[in-house]
Write a protein that binds this ligand. Structure first.
Ligand code: ZN
Length: 501
């Protein structure tokens, strides 16, 4: 590595260190911090984010990048160093457009916003959260303006989570998905097949839920030497460096799914980060290619693996031994059908695979309207309920089960939701390629050899971190651009079987 690129790595490493410190404070806020800590934490995080932003956009940084670019021009454009310099430049140009005061204010407002949301959600009272959300949406609209001109005001936000993706692209793919997914959900409802999922809605000892979840995520490959699991209101994954990638989970005392499938989901995210090339630590190539790619990993493990017969061939007897009263007399097929019941429901994170993307479309439509200014925050709960009726055929009885259910907006994460649906699509495209490369994958999964799948993901996806833009990575792996068909094929095959369509 040349001297100039080395200097750039060192300079960026310090920015990444400040980001890692903020992430630890953010993790602590959601896992350990008493409510009284909110004000002080908001100041601490705002100061760190301002410091990090100052360093990231300094003239020194600009010069260091320029010098490194001259050196990188001599390298293979596909080499890690050339890509690192390219990514550093892109991040720098974006960050430069954002004033430092805005960064501090945004961090402060969203840190407090999280605390207010948590209370408002508990009380199911949107009015408590409304003033905070108004500030957050105003700041987000301001942010988009830093990137004007744009095709759509939502584009600059989306680009932060899914580099290169445009609002128009999302609209196109959602349009195709919406028609076919609504038709599929309708077909399951009219199939005459009734699935009783009462067996997963009954009391489950909380410690046993925790222990079974840990057993599962260890077996599929989460490395506890380089991670840990805790509890939080809203489950998440956060990585401070490749040696410390943490997950959280939430245990529902009378519902098996949140802790079990939530743990597998977050584990999918964490295994991605644990698998990134260690040489990318403290550089912009660390972490995943995008949130869509991240979600492809979490949802692949949660659904394509965790809700498959192969997976339960391995784990069902273990589940029965943790919960003999609940499952001792239940056969595996009955359980398999219960965890794959299709039914429009209120909570996104608990939605089945066939209806899940409809929850995302609802949020995407509301977010774009908020950003365009055609929807006021005050009107959001009513708009939420109306869209819920349109897309899912149900109206939430209260805000807790409706507009207040997700953490994202409280943290200023507007533009994030589409990546969940994109993740489903990417996962299905990868899956088809995996089956070409490993035709007997199912045989391996049936015998608990999950490492066969994990090794493929490590080699083809994880190791590259953020070296490639998401759509470039997808194309390199599958030879194709983003497509809705593989996911629709997957849904139709799976639920066609479950519902005899
Ligand atoms: Zn996720």
């Amino acid at each position: 590595m040349g001297e100039k690129i080395k200097a750039l790595r060192e300079r960026i490493g310090e920015v990444r260190d400040l980001g890692a410190a903020s992430a630890v404070l953010g993790w602590d806020q959601q896992v350990n911090m008493p409510p009284g800590g909110a004000q002080g934490r908001a100041y601490a995080l705002a100061t760190l984010s301002k410091l990090s932003h100052q360093k990231a956009v300094s003239d020194d940084m600009g010069e260091t990048i320029e010098k490194a670019e001259a050196e990188a021009a001599q390298l293979d454009p596909d080499s890690d160093d050339a890509r690192l310099v390219q990514k550093a430049k892109r991040d720098y140009l974006k960050d430069r457009k954002v004033p430092n005061e805005w960064v501090g204010e945004f961090t402060h407002v969203t840190t407090l916003g999280y605390q207010v949301w948590e209370k408002a959600r508990e009380a199911s009272d949107f009015d408590q959260f409304k003033p905070e959300l108004e500030k957050i949406i105003a700041l987000r609209r301001q942010y988009a303006e830093f990137f004007a001109p744009y095709d759509h005001i939502y584009d600059p936000l989306l680009d932060d989570y899914e580099p290169g993706m445009k609002t128009a692209d999302v609209k196109t793919v959602f349009h195709q998905l919406r028609q076919e997914q609504v038709a599929l959900v309708q077909a399951t409802a009219e199939s005459g097949v009734e699935i009783d999922d009462a067996i997963i809605h009954q009391p489950f000892d909380e410690e046993a839920q925790w222990s079974f979840g840990v057993e599962v995520i260890k077996a599929i490959g989460y490395d506890f030497e380089r991670g840990r699991q805790d509890k939080s209101v809203h489950p998440f994954t956060t990585g401070f460096n490749p040696g410390d990638v943490r997950i959280t989970t939430r245990i529902a005392p009378k519902f098996l799914n949140p802790a079990l499938f939530g743990s597998i989901h977050e584990c999918g995210h964490a295994m991605y980060e644990q698998g990134v090339n260690p040489a990318y630590a403290r550089t912009p190539l660390d972490g995943g290619a995008s949130l869509g790619f991240h979600e492809s990993q979490s949802r692949m493990w949660e659904n394509m693996v965790g809700r498959s017969r192969a997976f339960w061939n391995v784990f069902y007897s273990r589940l029965q031994s943790y919960f003999p009263e609940q499952f001792g007399a239940i056969d595996m097929e009955t359980f398999y059908r219960a965890i794959n019941k299709v039914e429009p429901s209120l909570i996104r994170v608990e939605a089945d695979e066939a209806t899940y993307n409809l929850h995302i479309m609802l949020r995407f439509e509301l977010e774009t309207a908020l950003m365009e200014g055609s929807l006021a925050v005050a009107d959001l709960p009513a708009a939420w309920n109306e869209k819920s009726e349109q897309l899912l055929g149900i109206t939430p009885p209260n805000d807790k089960l409706g507009v207040l259910q997700d953490v994202h907006w409280s943290g200023g994460m507007v533009g994030y939701f589409p990546t969940y649906a994109l993740g489903n699509l990417i996962a299905a495209q990868l899956w088809e390629k995996i089956l070409v490369d490993i035709p007997d994958l199912e045989k391996h999964l049936n015998t608990g050899e999950f490492h066969v799948l994990l090794d493929w993901l490590r080699t083809n996806v994880h190791v590259y971190g953020a070296k490639y833009k998401p759509m470039e990575l997808l194309e390199r792996i599958t030879g194709d651009s983003l497509q809705a068909e593989p996911y629709l094929r997957y849904l139709k095959a799976k639920f066609g079987d479950v519902y005899g369509l």
